[in-house]
Design a protein around this ligand. Sequence first.
Ligand code: ATR
Length: 273
Amino acid sequence: MITGNARVAGVIGWPVRHSRSPLLHNFWLRRYAIDGAYVPLPVAPEAFETALRGLRAAGFAGANVTIPHKEAATALCDTLDAAAQRAGAVNTLVFSGGGIHGSNTDGYGFIANLAAHGVAATGPALLLGAGGAARAIAAALQDAGAQVTLANRTRSRAEALARSLPGLRVLDWKDRAVAVAGHALLVNTTSLGMAGQAPLDMDLQYAPAGLAVADIVYAPLETRLLAEARARGLKAVPGLGMLVHQAVPGFAAWFGIRPEVDGEVFAAISAGA
Ligand code: ATR
């Protein structure tokens, strides 16, 4: 039930209709019988600042921020946590009397999902891609003590990322298959393999026994990369768990309860995947 006293949050994106976050947060709101709501907020880039200030003025507790606003949001925050500063991007906003606090929980969500699958974050890790997701995941893995290597189709983008994350190694895209031999963790941070996109072209024949393969793509739940990993007896870490775990700190900040991640949560948001 939503009363006049309800806490309200939402997800700001453009487009936002494919987001699973409303299903996820409203599942937890029902589970914990919280007087609150979480709504989709489609906001075009040119309206982002107006919308953000309006949501705060309207008493929202905060919001998630997704594509294409994650970088723009950093400039509108009064304070940023260390992960957001390092990633140059924000995915979680908390509104308070003190202003707008921005954090980035993508790296946390990725590491928590690895842990839930019994995979250590200590690497060494080979990341495919050099976009915003690669940046957040690389920084989180480095913080966990992993040596991180990046291979991206456009090498200059990987090198630019390496300049802001010292210690990051860069490989040529064409060397990715052979290079996997020296790694404990392989991560697809590109959108390749997502429904409607080309599959990721990644040969796993050089994968060492014990390699864990993680994908950030979660639609389909089981990408071709993960299916090939499983077929070779490797550990596969699906991307949906990252989405669920990155949502935990925001929910806790807005609604006051740290929500539990379990099978029912996945069932609630997997429908139609
Ligand atoms: P993000 O949302 O993570 O910021 P992005 O900037 O769109 O995403 O980046 C997508 C990633 O997928 C990039 O690393 C991109 O490689 P380029 O930097 O060379 O563009 C990668 N990518 C997209 N299509 C690809 C393809 N067909 N082959 C290889 N990599 C591809």
